[in-house]
Design a protein around this ligand. Structure first.
Ligand code: BGC
Length: 406
């Protein structure tokens, strides 16, 4: 027995990507510099890994094949797409804006429009131009102005084709990975720097958003990674509350005045014990290829908590690494079922962008985790092969409804 769940009229359906993960040859970025550094190679060799498997290289060659990608998205019933533009290409040297790069992104966005897709455009998705990294990137408050100048230049040139602006992808995740865990460049381990970078990213958003709004009336927001955090025991309620504040609420509260919508990236569910994360998300749950627990109920809780902000909500990322594509269809359906439940309880959710449209460069993990609705055949000229789950998702997108088994 199945039941049909209609989504609100005008609901946006699609998938998300990020420039460095799909374009290829992002040579002026700090990520490229790190991937190709001797330090990184030695680190990987010491772990028994081949450094070549951890270089973005040509990635999916979407820098050239974007039209093919959007055309597939259209054939799969999508009416929207999320992509990022690359600051390191647009401003390869300090103060030098590359007209060719802007023209390129204009063509990319025109192609998305040609294929009937509303566009969510991210300005910063983990990568920086090398010159900006050399200046200390977001470690320094005075560097925020460079991001704002870039945001303004991009908005001036591209606003015609952008329906939603996302200034920064997951400020907290970026700062923790780059400055505390040392997994992303510049590979530091400093709590003070992590806090500084987070605050400067929020400043960057709060300064850039009004500038973008002065150029275009289109909505501006952030893509927040919001986790479902539950107290592992009644005694852990205080720690869980603190974790909730630090991981989810702090960034929302600090930026809400300059957000027209809330972007939600949902992947994580954690049990919080008295002393912090006691049991990770795997316990009692199925996991994806990266070992992350699958917990669709969590997205409902995350969305319900956002009601109090009174802003439209878009799921800007939600997905899983699943090379065999045996769990993706159910993953999507289960998450959509809970999103629908949240909508019925008053959460103003207006769109769902699956992560990701195509398999891509999964940052420090290289290419092996497969997040795509569309497989990229790395052995055969990066051919795009539509996965079964993508066809099932297309049925939902086209009918604006979910047929869910009960
Ligand atoms: C990031 C993506 C990444 C995905 C899966 C998200 O938090 O925005 O760039 O590929 O997680 O790890």
């Amino acid at each position: 027995m199945t039941q049909k769940y209609k989504f609100p009229n005008g609901f946006l359906w699609g998938a998300a990507t990020a420039a460095h993960q799909i374009e290829g040859n992002n040579t002026n970025s700090d990520w490229w510099a790190w991937e190709n550094s001797a330090k990184r190679a030695n680190q990987l060799i010491a772990q028994g890994k081949n450094p070549e498997d951890y270089k973005s290289g040509i990635a999916c060659d979407s820098y050239n094949r974007y039209d093919e990608d959007f055309s597939l998205a259209q054939q799969l019933g999508h009416n929207s797409t999320r992509l990022s533009i690359e600051w390191a290409r647009i401003e390869p040297k300090e103060g030098v804006f590359d007209e060719k790069a802007l023209e390129h992104y204009e063509k990319v966005l025109q192609s998305a429009k040609f294929h009937g897709l509303k566009t969510f455009v991210t300005l910063h998705h983990y990568t920086n131009p090398v010159w900006f990294a050399n200046k200390g990137a977001f470690e320094k408050k005075e560097n925020v102005q460079y991001f704002v100048r870039y945001a303004e230049a991009a908005a001036k040139r591209l606003h015609e084709y952008v329906d939603f602006w996302i200034t920064i992808n997951e400020p907290g995740i970026y700062s923790v990975h780059a400055y505390l865990l040392g997994i992303f460049p510049p590979n530091k381990h400093s709590l003070i720097k992590t806090v500084k970078v987070t605050l400067n990213l929020l400043r960057a958003h709060n300064l850039a958003a009004p500038r973008i709004k002065s150029i275009t009336q289109k909505p501006v927001g952030l893509a927040n990674q919001l986790s479902d955090l539950v107290a592992a025991s009644p005694l852990a309620k205080i720690t869980a509350g603190l974790a909730q504040y630090l991981a989810n609420d702090f960034i929302l509260k600090k930026t809400m005045a300059n957000c027209d919508f809330i972007g939600v990236n949902y992947y994580i569910h954690h049990h919080i014990g008295i002393f912090g994360i006691r049991e990770n998300s795997r316990r009692g749950h199925k996991v994806n290829d990266l070992g992350w627990g699958i917990h669709p109920e969590g997205i409902e809780q995350v969305l319900l908590r956002l009601k109090s902000y009174g802003k439209p909500i878009y799921i800007t990322e939600n997905g899983l690494a699943d090379a065999k594509d045996t769990r993706r269809e159910k993953f999507i359906m289960d998450h959509l079922y809970h999103i629908h439940k949240a909508i019925n309880q008053g959460a103003d959710v207006r769109g769902y962008l699956h992560w990701s449209l195509i398999d891509n460069f999964e940052w420090q993990e290289g290419f092996w985790p497969r997040f795509g609705l569309i497989e990229i055949d790395r052995e055969d000229l990066l051919k795009r092969r539509v996965r079964y789950s993508a066809i099932k998702y297309a049925e939902i997108c086209r009918s604006n409804a979910l047929e869910y088994p009960h």
